[in-house]
Design a protein around this ligand. Structure first.
Ligand code: ADP
Ligand code: GLC
Length: 482
């Protein structure tokens, strides 16, 4: 089955968060499951630079007059066939894919990402005579107009199924209504039964409204987004589409995240031979100027520093952790106030707290390898990947019971220790006190090395690979194309 995946990011070429990890892993996982996958990406500089044996598929004029080229080739680092929209005036500029250097959204984001959806719809409708997908699968608001363009596009030949995956409902791509009229969609689509959202024009709503099927990245989040608390204003639509909404849990790309083969960590290890983990911990403590103590419980955070991630709770309980001999290592960037608050704690406690503001892929691997506990106290979390990376690297996750965190982490309560399902620490209420209690449970288990090592070994052996999720996507595609 031919499947076109459409996303704004792809690991390892361009990544601002977990979306890229998934977009990078899914093509290979689906190909292994028998699909024939190609990806469509905007021509950001690192993506264009990686495209090999490229040829021009078409010269196109977008509905608003923009002239662009569509190239096809192979992404060298991934070995994946890709279509890339070559439009340097739109995609090659300073800043992130979404924001300029002042952290403001690029002024023409509506055009930059409408183009992605529009080109996806052209490919779905047979633009490339040599390859037409049966399914077009778009990810997050950046690619969400795909299904709207498909719904109103020329109904040529075979009908192509559209799947839209919500990675995070909180980022919606909402624009002033004036921008809608540039994009070549029919005027009647700007309605409550369409792309209109409180008088604005919403990419996310377009994806939710027009896609044949909606998926999101964990079963629990699929339920949560149908509630007013977590629906970000779209819960009514999501409830109405409840029969076309499935939660498919993300997985771990074991070619990238495997402590037995990871070239980014100083000592490799696995569940059977864990000695390298203790060496990774000592090496990181040394590197960071922390007290080099094998028995100091080392807590790690690798995260965007945003409201979503609940890290102010960590600041609130940090003194109690330090008073019990714990250490904290943080890698992240985002909100200036959170960055400053964590920095200040590191300055005040240099032997026990290290904070690095920035983005560093290899350092993230070293933190998972070295730490005993991975903290993910998110307020909400569609899936979350770092708790799963923690499991793989024997850094037991401590999480708030929400979204994908609830689907992947089982608390070390006695009954779960007894039945062998425990793999981390879970708190139910989003308060410092609840996090503090979970932290004490972690410290209590850590003080019993035999039990700790048993839980850690089981966590590292857990099956977290892509085969299950890939099979679920393939079953969904099959269901949609018959
Ligand atoms: P989200 O996509 O909401 O940020 P996820 O847990 O799904 O959360 O994915 C985050 C991804 O980004 C993981 O691969 C994590 O290791 C990575 N990451 C987050 N912050 C950093 C950072 N500062 N440096 C390196 N990697 C980071
Ligand atoms: C989003 C979510 C995160 C999820 C990731 C990949 O960024 O915030 O929870 O793991 O997408 O699906």
């Amino acid at each position: 089955m031919k499947v076109l995946q459409v996303s704004a990011e792809i690991f390892p070429l361009l990544k601002t968060g977990g979306l890229a990890d998934i977009a990078g892993a899914l093509p290979a996982a689906l190909n292994t499951a028998g699909c024939d996958v190609r990806v469509l990406l905007p021509g950001f500089a690192p993506i264009l630079a990686d495209l090999q044996s490229a040829s021009v598929v078409a010269e196109l004029t977008a509905p608003w007059g923009e002239r662009v080229q569509l190239r096809h080739g192979t992404l060298g680092t991934l070995g994946v066939q890709a279509y890339v929209i070559d439009a340097p005036h739109l995609y090659v500029r300073p800043g992130t894919p979404y924001e300029d250097e002042q952290r403001q959204p690029h002024h023409d984001n509506h055009l930059r990402f409408a183009l992605l959806g529009w080109v996806a719809a052209q490919l779905a409708c047979g633009l490339d005579a040599h390859w037409q997908p049966a399914v077009v699968h778009s990810h997050d608001w950046h690619a969400a107009l795909t299904s709207a363009y498909l719904a109103f596009g020329p109904a040529r030949g075979r009908r192509v199924a559209s799947v839209f995956t919500v990675h995070n409902l909180a980022y919606q791509g909402v624009f002033a209504p004036i921008h809608f009229y540039d994009l070549g969609l029919p005027a009647h689509a700007f309605s409550v039964n369409g792309v209109e959202f409180h008088g604005q024009f919403s990419f996310m709503k377009a994806g939710l409204y027009y896609a044949d099927h909606i998926t999101t990245v964990s079963p629990t989040y699929a339920h949560e987004i149908q509630t007013p608390e977590q629906g970000c204003g779209l819960d009514g639509l999501l409830r109405a589409r409840g029969h076309d909404l499935t939660g498919i849990l993300n997985a771990v790309d074991e070619a990238v995240w495997n402590p037995a083969t990871d070239a980014a960590i100083p000592h490799t290890f696995d569940a059977q031979n864990p000695a390298g983990k203790a060496r990774c911990k000592a090496a990181l403590q040394q590197e960071l100027g922390l007290d080099v103590k094998a028995d100091a419980p080392l807590f790690g955070v690798v995260s965007r520093l945003t409201e979503q991630k609940g890290l102010h709770l960590v600041l609130a309980v940090l003194d109690q952790l330090l008073a019990r001999g714990g250490q904290l290592v943080v890698l992240g960037n985002g909100d200036a106030a959170l960055e400053a608050a964590f920095k200040a704690r590191a300055v005040a406690n240099p032997q026990a707290v290290s904070v690095r503001i920035g983005y560093d892929e290899a350092y993230a691997h070293r933190i998972f390898a070295a730490s005993d506990v991975t903290l993910v106290p998110s307020r909400f979390e569609p899936c979350g990947l770092t708790q799963m990376y923690g499991l793989k690297y024997g850094s037991l996750p401590l999480v708030h019971r929400v979204g994908g965190l609830a689907d992947t982490v089982v608390d070390c309560a006695l009954e779960h220790l007894a039945d062998g399902t425990a793999n981390g620490f879970v708190f139910n209420v989003f308060t410092p006190l609840a996090l503090e209690r979970a932290m004490y449970r972690a410290l209590a288990l850590y003080a019993r090395p035999t039990e700790w090592l048993g839980v850690r070994q089981r966590a590292m052996r857990q099956a977290l690979g892509w085969d299950k999720a890939a099979a679920q996507y393939v079953a969904l595609y099959r269901h949609l194309v018959v």
